[in-house]
Design a protein around this ligand. Structure first.
Ligand code: 5GP
Ligand code: ZN
Length: 112
């Protein structure tokens, strides 16, 4: 996807410090953090949202990478939240599948 900002981040067109990267996934800090720790974990391959995912390995890669990042950032003691906003009512603003990893404060529930 030529005009997708997260594709450009994933393929290096927009230089970004990756907290984590492997063959299929990259993770980087959110531009507008909603918590002291706010990391985005994304598949390198473009999916508009989770609705388009056609291969379960996308989910396992995404979740296992997010768990690794949480562990590497030392979030296990106090806990963290993972969120995937999907579609308009789900609050998704960037149409490239991404998982939010949030931590470092008490996170309210239910979400807004
Ligand atoms: P969504 O609202 O789609 O669930 O989440 C999109 C997230 O991407 C938002 O939290 C927003 O701050 C973040 N974001 C949007 N553009 C950029 C960008 O260019 N770089 C980074 N690091 N984060 C971005
Ligand atoms: Zn994309």
């Amino acid at each position: 996807m030529d005009d997708c900002i997260f594709c450009k981040i994933a393929n290096g067109d927009i230089p970004t410090d990756f907290i984590y990267s492997d063959e299929n996934v990259v993770a980087f800090r959110d531009l507008n953090p909603q918590a002291p720790v706010h990391v985005l974990v994304i598949p390198k391959k473009h999916y508009k949202s989770g609705i388009e995912v056609d291969n379960p390995s996308v989910w396992s890669d995404l979740m296992s990478s997010a768990v690794k990042v949480a562990r590497e950032l030392g979030l296990e003691k106090d806990g963290y939240r993972m969120v995937i906003n999907t579609g308009e009512q789900g609050g998704q603003t960037v149409p490239h599948l991404h998982l939010h990893l949030l931590a470092g404060r008490n996170l309210g529930w239910p979400p807004g």
